[in-house]
Design a binder for this molecule. Structure first.
Ligand code: GDP
Length: 356
C-alpha cells in the first residue's frame, strides 16, 4: 500500500470505501498475527526457566477466553513430561497466624540454599471478592525481590473448584519451569484446606498458642490432614505458652491413629519473625519426603490425587455445562417458583430438570 494512500486514509480523504475495508482487514489480520501466541516458543521459554513466559502461560490458564484455554491446554500437555519434580507444600492457618511471614522466612531459607521456589495461593474469598491473599505482594517484601522466588496471587473464579483447577495446572507449569519447591497458601475458610490438601505432598498447619484447650476451635478434619503443626510466634513472652501448647498438641495427636504410611504428625514451635525453628521445619519436610519416597507413599498419594482430580474435573464440567444450558436456566427459574409456592418438591423438580 502506497504511503500516500495510508496517510490519506488517516485523514479520511480520497480513498474509496472498499479500499478502507481492505485496509482495515489487513490491519486486523496483522493484529491477530501479533497477538497469536506461539505456544511452542512459549513452552521452550518455560522450560528455559523464563519467568515472563511462565506468567504468560499462567494468564492463559486463568483466562475465560476459549482460544486462550485451548492454548493453555497445549502448553500444559507439553509441560507435563517435565513436571512432577518438586516438593509441594500446603500451608494453612487463620489470618494473622503469620503465614506470609513464615513463607517469606522459609522461602529465604530455601533460596539461600540455592532452591527455586514458587508461591501460589488458594483463596476462597477471592472467588467472591475477586481479591486475593497474595494480591498484596508487599506482604513478602524480601521474597518478591528474590530472583529465585516466584509469587503468584490466587486466581479468582466463580467457584473454589474452578480456582483449584487453575492452581493445579499452574503447579505443572511452575514445575516445568524448574521450581524445586511449590508452596500453596490458604486460609482456613470453607473447603479451601481440603482442596489444598488434595494437591500437595506435605500439609502444614500453623497455629498460635492459646490459653489452654489447644484443640478447641480447630476443625477435626484439619488435624487429620496435617502432616505437621507448627506453633508460630514462639518468641518473647509467648515462648513459654508455645512450649506448653506443643505438649498439649502432642498429647492430643497421639489420640489419633498413626497414619498408614509410617508417619505420625509432628508438632514444632517456631518464630517466623525471628527465623527460629524454620530450618527444623524444612528438615522435617525432607524427612517426610525421604520416608514416604522409600515406602512409595509419596508417589501413591500423587496418583490418588490425580485420580481425584479427574473425577473432580468431570463433576465441575458437568455441573457447569448443565447450569449454563439456556433451557435449564429458564426451566430452573420456573421450578424454583413452583417450589416457593409449594407446587412441587425439590426432588421432583430436580428429576424434571435432569430429564430435560
Ligand atoms: P497471615 O495473615 O497469616 O499471613 O499473617 P502475617 O504473616 O501477615 O502476620 C500477622 C502479624 O503477625 C504481623 O504483624 C507479623 O509481623 C506478626 N508475626 C508473624 N510471625 C510472627 C512471629 O513469629 N512472632 C511474632 N512475634 N510476630 C509474628
Amino acid at each position: 500500500m502506497a504511503k500516500e494512500k495510508k496517510s490519506a486514509l488517516k485523514e479520511g480523504k480520497g480513498v474509496s470505501v472498499s479500499e478502507i475495508t481492505n485496509l482495515s482487514r489487513i490491519k486486523t489480520i496483522k493484529e491477530k498475527r501479533k497477538s497469536k501466541i506461539n505456544t511452542e516458543a512459549l513452552v521452550a521459554s518455560i522450560l528455559n526457566k523464563n519467568i515472563t513466559a511462565l506468567s504468560r502461560a499462567i494468564t492463559l490458564v486463568e483466562s475465560k477466553n476459549l482460544t486462550h484455554l485451548e492454548q493453555a491446554n497445549t502448553i500444559i500437555k507439553a509441560c507435563l513430561p517435565h513436571a512432577n519434580k518438586s516438593i509441594r507444600i500446603g500451608i494453612t492457618g487463620v489470618p494473622g497466624v503469620g503465614k506470609s511471614t513464615f513463607i517469606e522466612t522459609l522461602g529465604k531459607h530455601l533460596t539461600s540454599k540455592g532452591k527455586r521456589i514458587a508461591i501460589l495461593a488458594i483463596d476462597p474469598s477471592s472467588t467472591l471478592t475477586k481479591g486475593s491473599i497474595l494480591g498484596d505482594k508487599t506482604r513478602m517484601e524480601d521474597l518478591v525481590k528474590d530472583a529465585n522466588a516466584y509469587i503468584r496471587p490466587s486466581a479468582s473464579g466463580d467457584s473454589l473448584g474452578g480456582v483449584a483447577r487453575k492452581t493445579r495446572e499452574t503447579i505443572i507449569l511452575c514445575e516445568a519451569a524448574g521450581f524445586d519447591v511449590i508452596i500453596i497458601e490458604t486460609v482456613g475458610v470453607g473447603q479451601s484446606e481440603t482442596t489444598v490438601h488434595s494437591m500437595v505432598d506435605f500439609f502444614l498447619l500453623l497455629k498460635l498458642a492459646g490459653a489452654g484447650d489447644e484443640l478447641q476451635g480447630i476443625k477435626r478434619g484439619i488435624i487429620e490432614m496435617a502432616d505437621a503443626i507448627a506453633i508460630n510466634k514462639a518468641d518473647g513472652d509467648n515462648l513459654k505458652r508455645a512450649k506448653l501448647a506443643k505438649v498439649e498438641f502432642n498429647r492430643a495427636l497421639h489420640l489419633y491413629p498413626e497414619k498408614s504410611f509410617n508417619w505420625h504428625p509432628k508438632v514444632t514451635i517456631c518464630s517466623a519473625l525471628k527465623n527460629e525453628g524454620i530450618d527444623a521445619i524444612w528438615e522435617l519436610i525432607l524427612e517426610y519426603v525421604a520416608i514416604t519416597s522409600k515406602n512409595n507413599y509419596f508417589y501413591e498419594k500423587r496418583n490418588e490425587q490425580n485420580k481425584f482430580w479427574l473425577i473432580q474435573t468431570i463433576e465441575e464440567q458437568l455441573k457447569s455445562d448443565f447450569f449454563n444450558t439456556p433451557k435449564i436456566k429458564k426451566e430452573l427459574e420456573n421450578q424454583l417458583q413452583l417450589i416457593e409456592t409449594n407446587q412441587t418438591t425439590p426432588f421432583a423438580a430436580a428429576d424434571y430438570l435432569l430429564k430435560i
